[in-house]
Ligand binder design. Structure first.
Ligand SMILES: *Cc1c(COP(=O)(O)O)cnc(C)c1O
Length: 374
């Protein structure tokens, strides 16, 4: 499905790579209709639709997928489609920029936002206000501690209270988890990350189980607010998706090997990776993830913040940069970028594992840890 972009060829030329449709406007028929279905480039675009079709298949999304200009544009559309006064419950540990947006912009618009540790379903259930809670937002595994929320359990709790469940599945990716099949209503991805995989596109994805009024409102939010992805970016994302499965497999295998290796390292206090049996979310992760546990992990460096920053300063092969999911491995002292109020411990380095030789990655990190502790 991904490797051949559903096997579609261009009907005009038989090209196996379809063209990029860049038109902003479309010819009207003499009878004043728009028989092609396209009118203007802000609500819809044929190249965007091609990529959306692939993503809908990968997520088993019966209602389809929508592409946005960024992961944040996709995520915030889910909240903009709610009503002022609606109550939403979200994971306390999640992508920092979205957490900040919920506590500032969403709150300014009148949404009542409550953050809870959704890895504890008892806490999620206690936070629900039946009839008032309209959306539960979870991220699993969640940045940057990789806590695991039970998707099927969260869906049951959300639905019992009359709310929908949306899952930020960026770090699981459809290679490991398909949240809609576990009962979620909406799945969101930063297409920027492993789906594109080459650190050269900013994009967001939503996919839905049911073509209902809420999904229709999200479509209107995208069309009227102008949040659609551009056709060149949609093309690049589709190109990235062709190698998604081989990249995701290699990155997950390397991440597992590195997690095991550094869990026993004398300069590492703790490795946070859901694939390790000692991780508190391991059992739930093993039940809802397949093909391994993803490409993201964190290490807590012995010696605290100074030793963590010192280690990041000394890597060579790993690149010191934010973001994740690309073919190149990245390391980041996460507390520095998240700032005050972060649940991220100061000794934590977040690692995004790429496709380089895992032994080279291990040697480079090992040398940086040794040098920082010398
Ligand atoms: C990067 C990221 C986002 C936001 O995506 P952008 O494309 O940067 O807007 C949201 N959630 C997670 C988990 C991410 O990693």
């Amino acid at each position: 499905m991904a490797a051949q972009a559903l096997g579609r060829v261009d009907p005009a030329t038989r090209a196996v790579v379809p063209p990029i449709h860049v038109a902003t406007t479309y010819l009207r028929d003499p009878d004043n209709a728009y028989s092609s279905g396209f009118v203007y480039g802000r609500p819809d675009n044929a190249t965007v639709r091609e990529t959306e079709a692939v993503l809908a298949v990968l997520e088993e999304a019966e209602a389809g997928a929508l592409l946005f200009g960024s992961g944040m544009a996709a995520a915030t559309a889910c909240f903009a489609a709610l009503e002022p006064g609606d109550h939403v419950v979200a994971s306390a540990v999640m992508y920092w920029a979205l957490r900040n947006w919920l506590l500032t912009e969403a709150t300014r618009w009148g949404l009542r936002v409550e953050l809870v540790e959704t890895d504890d379903l008892g806490k999620l259930e206690a936070a629900m206000r039946p009839g008032e809670t309209k959306l539960v937002w979870i991220e699993t595994p969640s940045n940057p501690l990789w806590t695991i929320t039970d998707i099927a359990g969260a869906a049951r709790i959300a639905h019992a209270a009359g709310a929908r469940l949306a899952v930020d599945s960026t770090c699981a990716s459809p290679y490991h988890t398909r949240p809609l099949g576990l009962g979620a209503d909406i799945v969101m991805h930063a297409g920027t990350k492993i789906l594109n995989g080459h650190s050269d596109v900013i994009a967001g994805v939503l996919a839905a189980r049911q073509d209902d009024e809420y999904w229709a409102r999200i479509k209107r939010v995208r069309a009227s607010g102008g949040a659609i992805l551009g056709p060149f970016e949609a093309y690049l994302l589709n190109r990235g998706l062709k190698t998604f499965y081989v990249r995701a497999a290699a990155q997950a295998a390397s991440a597992m090997a590195l997690a095991e290796r550094f869990a026993a390292h004398p300069h590492v206090a703790r490795v946070l990776y859901p694939g390790l049996p000692q991780h508190p979310g391991h059992a739930v992760a093993a039940g809802q993830m397949e093909n391994g546990f993803g490409f993201m992990m964190s290490v807590q460096v012995r010696g605290g913040e100074g030793a963590a920053i010192g280690t990041a300063a000394r890597v060579d092969l790993w690149k010191r940069a934010t973001s994740l999911g690309g073919v190149e491995s990245l390391v980041e002292h996460r507390a520095s970028i998240e700032g005050p109020g972060t649940p991220c411990p100061p000794d934590l380095l977040r690692l995004s594992v790429g496709i380089e030789d895992p032994d080279d990655l291990a040697r480079d990190l090992d040398a940086a840890l040794a040098s920082a502790h010398a």
